[in-house]
Ligand binder design. Structure first.
Ligand SMILES: Nc1nc2c(ncn2[C@@H]2O[C@H](COP(=O)(O)OP(=O)(O)O)[C@@H](O)[C@H]2O)c(=O)[nH]1
Ligand SMILES: [Mg+2]
Length: 244
């Protein structure tokens, strides 16, 4: 999605930069193209509107249009605004400053990438931050889900909680927590069972796991291809649980 968006925007930017003088109409024309590019990239309409309004207001100012390089300046304004829209300086790291083990609970729909992200995060925390990490799969719904995490653990060199067949998710969480304490683990990653859609039984299970493990971070994993629907998923989850 971001690839085709940057191609489209790149084209608009090149045309803007390629021109000497710019009139207000030229800027508005370029903004129409940016608008279409954003909408085609599945950016929500209210977000696009706000973005275009804000950029246009800044870009049609006399100091921009009369400057020596108006095209460059308009491109910079769009750029800065894009960075701002995508989170800007607000991006925050994980807060793991609690007495160990810091628990990170991964939640999300089935197939959204929870297990894969758990392993990636485990590897990152271990290798880049020198943390002692333990990963545990609480997914007793999907066949071989626990084995999947065990395999990823072997591939990444991150420890996983031994599998005990037939155990319930809350029991696995309790066992993981105990094991993490005994082994002086810094970060415990809990990979929860997926949901096909937001479903009561699984939500209840997720809350029960949270109650037992008091996660420091609860991370929602969404598939980047779902586009705007990710907002709906995030809203349904955050209505049930305190996402961080
Ligand atoms: N292309 C791509 N595939 C991914 C990514 N993360 C996970 N997957 C694949 O998506 C599928 C579901 O991932 P999984 O981690 O099992 O999802 P879970 O059901 O939420 O635990 C698997 O086939 C993964 O290999 C990613 O970042 N990019
Ligand atoms: Mg999984």
């Amino acid at each position: 999605m971001f690839d085709s968006l940057s191609d489209r925007l790149g084209g608009v930017f090149d045309r803007l930069r390629g021109r000497g003088a710019l009139k207000e109409d030229d800027v508005r024309e370029a903004m129409r193209e940016v608008r279409v590019a954003l909408l085609e990239a599945d950016v929500a309409l209210p977000v696009v509107r706000r973005f275009i309004d804000s950029v246009t207001e800044k870009a049609v100012g006399q100091e921009v249009l009369r400057s020596v390089t108006p095209g460059q300046q308009v491109v910079k304004i769009v750029n800065d605004e894009l960075v701002e829209m995508l989170g800007g300086q607000e991006a925050v790291g994980l807060d793991l400053a609690v007495s160990p083990p810091a628990v990170i609970m991964m939640v999300g729909l089935q197939g959204s990438g929870k297990t894969t992200t758990t392993a990636k995060l485990g590897k990152l925390l271990k290798e880049k931050q020198g943390k002692k990490v333990l990963m545990a799969s609480l997914d007793v719904n999907r066949p071989a889900a626990q084995e999947q995490l065990a395999v990823l653990g072997e591939q990444t060199g991150v420890a996983t909680l031994p599998i005990v067949a037939g155990q319930m998710p809350t029991d696995i969480a309790a066992r993981a927590l105990q094991s993490a304490k005994l082994q002086a683990v810094d970060v415990l990653l809990l990979d929860t069972a997926g949901r096909l859609h937001v479903d009561d039984a699984l939500m209840a299970e997720m809350k029960a796991v949270a109650a037992i493990s008091t996660p420091q971070e609860t991370l929602l994993v969404v598939d980047s291809l779902t586009g705007q629907d990710a907002v709906n998923v995030a809203q349904s989850f955050s209505g049930e649980i305190d996402l961080t």
